[in-house]
Ligand binder design. Structure first.
Ligand SMILES: O=C(O)CCC(=O)C(=O)O
Ligand SMILES: [Fe+2]
Length: 324
């Protein structure tokens, strides 16, 4: 049975293994990432605690115009063409406080629509929750930066290539809870509809319940959880930067067992204002750029707008030219 390659971040072969995995599959496991199983257990415990709250409490932190906070069951439709109902999951979005060059820390900046303060459930309801999530966010940022560094080495790029792209990063830590509803892909019922991720890359922690599938060579293949490892995949921006040399692979979540499932993706995203245009190493006269340049933030906003029924904060940036 196929399984994604394993990248050991402490190994001297990590850059080469990583670059090959990114070219071949766009999916890989990451080990020795420095986030302990004990820490992950606590983050999952807190996540479950939040989702076990009553609907009134959860809706009190419903995602705001900056897409921060709680998204109810079925609110997101990742595969608009094939789904007959929304993803059978609820979620919670956490960004950097302020984010993306906001006027002042924690304030919303109209020029950058996703900026602003995070929403937090009350300390009485979920003690220690905010601190747990804030600390985890910082941890995951560090893993993502290290991984981006290894990738630049593996691709033979200047190690500073991504250096300026994350000074005001727009990463999101997302908590997900899938209901026990069994998926029926033929009828358009899915845990998460088929999609590619949108940013640079995603680092995913899951509980022990399977469900993630990747589309490779026309077939859906299971990606089982691997103890202590993150499942990592590339996003559209990396595919655009590398002119399709690296892959942002289609994946989905299918509930076969009728079990609830929890997962925690960390979407590692460049600055809102970063222009994603083909790196010169990946295009030439014979192989011209396949995508027009796009601003990372505008691209992201377009995707939020397309897939989240509740998100109406999309203000197209007239200077950006997105193809999707
Ligand atoms: O929960 C999972 O296993 C995958 C989630 C996912 O693909 C996403 O949120 O983009
Ligand atoms: Fe995804």
């Amino acid at each position: 049975m196929w399984a994604p390659p394993v990248v050991d971040m402490d190994s001297s072969s990590a850059p080469a293994v990583l670059a090959k995995a990114c070219r071949d599959f766009g999916f890989f496991y990451v080990e020795n990432h420095g986030v302990s199983e004990e820490v992950m257990r606590e983050v999952f415990r807190q996540s479950k605690l939040f989702f076990s709250l009553g609907m009134d409490d959860k809706m009190s932190v419903r995602a705001d115009k900056n897409n921060r906070g709680y998204t109810p069951m079925h609110e997101q439709v990742l595969d608009l063409e094939n789904q007959t109902k929304g993803d059978t999951k609820e979620g919670y979005y956490i960004f950097r406080e302020g984010s993306a060059g906001a006027a002042a820390d924690g304030e919303h900046d109209d020029a950058r629509p996703l900026s602003g303060p995070n929403q937090w459930p009350s300390e009485e309801l979920v003690p220690g929750w905010k601190t747990t999530m804030q600390e985890h966010f910082v941890r995951m940022h560090a893993v993502g930066e290290r991984l981006a560094g290894l990738l630049s080495v593996g691709l033979g790029l200047d190690p500073a290539v991504f250096g300026t792209c994350f000074s005001e990063f727009a990463h999101t830590l997302r908590l997900l809870h899938y209901s026990a509803e069994v998926s029926d892909p033929g009828k358009g019922v899915m845990g998460a509809g088929a999609h590619t991720d949108w940013g640079l890359m995603t680092l995913l922690a899951t509980d022990e319940v399977p469900g993630l599938q990747v589309r490779l060579n026309g077939k859906w293949l299971d990606i089982p959880p691997r103890k202590g490892a993150f499942i990592c995949n590339l996003g559209d921006m990396l595919q655009r930067w590398t002119n399709d040399d690296l892959r942002s692979t289609v994946h989905r979540v299918v509930n076969k067992l009728g079990l609830e499932r929890y997962s925690i993706p960390f979407f590692f995203e460049p600055n809102f204002d970063t222009e994603v245009a083909c790196f010169p190493q990946f295009c030439s006269e014979e192989n011209p750029a396949r995508y027009p340049p796009v601003k990372a933030g505008a691209y992201l906003m377009g995707k939020y707008s397309q897939t989240h029924q509740d998100f109406d904060g999309y203000q197209p940036d007239s200077t950006a030219s997105s193809t999707s």
